[in-house]
Design a protein around this ligand. Structure first.
Ligand SMILES: Nc1ncnc2c1ncn2[C@@H]1O[C@H](COP(=O)(O)OP(=O)(O)OP(=O)(O)O)[C@@H](O)[C@H]1O
Ligand SMILES: [Mg+2]
Length: 499
């Protein structure tokens, strides 16, 4: 007799998926969850301040209320959130305002909701959001997430004057402060390297507040939303774009919907691919749409993607932050880009410097950043670690005797994160190749400095030894001649002047 198990089929909501698989988003345990909560809230605050065109002033308060229960409070001076979008932004997984083609810290529409979900399942507490836009009265929301249906449950909402635009988010959660505190403070410190114009004020368990940042007082130009590049048009994206513009002809569609396609490029592309420029999009069937996508992705004559959607840190900002935070003076900076992977623009910048604040190893210590966010977990899985280990740093005299730090920042409209926790970057061949040449270039520059410093150290040592010998000779000669010991400094100076 055969025995079968009856299968039960059903679907689950995105919140339920992330509730079951929270480790994928960086919420594996109470220590990591506290780190990720602060990280997600600070990231959102920085994005909101830049959208508002204001220098970010962010206040972070963490208070332990009972063993392993903490209250997290993050307040900013950003845009605020329109009241009609508050419930969904904070109470629905995969909802947000950042799904456009420009560099942002936020990507998935997941971060703050994961933090709220973690708070809710570990302490059964709602999130409190106080938010206010410019020239309006603000609101105070208290809400939960209905995990099963992925929708917000608003417990209460009332008018509330925050005293100025911005957002304050308060989450009560289980969190292991002892285990996460060092990493947390390191994260905040490094945030000011990638965003030198932000000011962060942190208070932990009523101790004296610490402040970070404020290395620069000018905001960079904001990255602009760009139309998609034709080489990024996969079949799903193309299908949706066509659905929005069914009445357009192929030629009009290409010119209006993509960057880097003007009248001339559209004509040469369509001619080359033997397509009718006057054909209406509504007449394209599934196979023809797939063929168009394939042709766009493979056509090499399109210009590179535009870079105005990107915002690198830049040489001046990075050097200022690095010299303020680390014991170093000579910071070598280099960048590559704008380049593209799959039609997505990217830019990599790096800074390499010697430091006495760490002990040496066979390669520089790597500090990774993506879209101005420090990446502190999953380093071994990251393309930048892989490339770091492939470079022979001993060629540039950077080994255990010369400790150094290498900063790498990738910015892109689409950072190829390996998981929803946004901690490590996938090995995209273009990124791998370009970061390797960037690392080697930086290595050569610092290598030359190391060599110069070594030979001047040798010179100093030589002078010191000579001076000591001269002093001894002078002393013995004076004893023999029964006279006063002569001055040797002048003699040294004249010797080195002559040589
Ligand atoms: N402090 C804030 N100020 C203004 N808007 C905010 C703030 N926090 C969250 N939001 C809004 O809520 C949305 C959802 O935030 P969430 O962190 O879940 O996703 P995200 O930032 O878009 O992407 P990611 O999952 O990568 O963090 C944001 O897109 C933004 O519109
Ligand atoms: Mg976010």
């Amino acid at each position: 007799m055969s025995v079968h198990t009856k299968r039960n089929y059903r679907g689950i909501s995105p919140s339920e998926f992330f509730y079951r698989n929270r480790q994928m988003a960086g919420f594996s345990n109470n220590a990591q969850a506290l780190f990720s909560t602060i990280r997600e809230l600070v990231e959102n605050s920085l994005d909101a301040c830049e959208d508002a065109g204001r220098l970010p002033e962010i206040e972070i308060i963490i208070n332990t209320t009972q063993t392993d229960v903490v209250d997290v409070y993050v307040a900013d001076n950003g845009t605020g959130v329109p009241p009609e979008h508050v419930p969904e932004s904070f109470g629905r997984v995969l909802y947000g305002s950042k799904y456009s083609s420009r560099q942002r810290r936020g990507t998935f529409g997941l971060g703050v909701t994961m933090a709220i979900l973690y708070g809710q399942i570990t302490t059964n507490s709602p999130v409190i959001v106080e938010t206010q836009e410019s020239h309006t009265i603000g609101n105070r929301f208290s809400l939960y997430i209905d995990v099963e249906h992925n929708r917000p449950i608003v417990e209460s909402v009332e008018a509330f004057d925050r005293g100025g635009p911005g957002t304050t988010v308060m989450i009560r959660m289980k969190g292991n402060l002892k285990r996460s505190q060092d990493k947390l403070l390191e994260y905040l410190r490094l945030t000011t390297v990638a965003t030198p114009y932000c000011r962060l004020k942190v208070t932990i368990d009523d101790a004296n507040p610490s402040t970070y940042g404020g290395f620069s007082t000018s905001l960079p130009d904001p990255p602009l939303v760009c139309k998609p590049h034709p080489r990024s048009a996969d079949v799903e994206m193309l299908r949706r774009m066509i659905e929005l513009n069914p009445q357009r002809t192929l030629r009009q569609f290409l010119i209006n919907s993509f960057q880097q396609i003007g009248t001339k490029t559209a004509s040469s592309f369509l001619q080359f691919k033997n397509m009718d420029p006057h054909r209406h999009l509504s007449t394209l069937n599934r196979d023809e749409t797939a063929h168009l996508s394939e042709s766009l992705r493979k056509y090499s004559a399109f210009k590179k993607p535009e870079s105005k959607c990107l915002s690198p840190i830049g040489k001046a900002g990075l050097q200022k932050a690095v010299t303020s935070l680390f014991e170093t003076q000579n910071v070598s900076y280099a960048s590559v880009g704008p380049l593209e992977w799959d039609g997505n623009p990217f830019f990599i910048e790096g800074a390499l410097f010697l430091t006495s604040s760490r002990s040496g190893s066979e390669h520089p210590q790597l500090l990774r950043f993506a879209n101005r966010v420090p990446l502190l977990y999953d380093a071994s899985d990251c393309v930048f670690t892989k490339v770091l280990k492939r470079v022979d740093w001993s060629r540039y005299d950077l080994g255990s005797k010369t400790p150094s730090i290498l900063i790498t920042h990738l910015c892109s409209t689409r950072v190829p994160y390996k998981a929803a926790g946004k901690q490590s970057i996938a090995s995209i061949p273009e990124i791998e190749l370009k970061s390797k040449s960037l690392y080697r270039g930086l290595g050569r520059t610092i290598g030359r400095l190391v060599k110069r410093a070594r030979s001047s150290a040798r010179e100093i040592q030589r002078k010191r030894e000579l001076s000591r010998s001269l002093q001894l000779i002078a002393k013995f000669s004076a004893e023999l001649a029964d006279s006063k010991v002569p001055e040797t400094v002048r003699l040294m100076e004249s010797m080195f002047e002559v040589s």
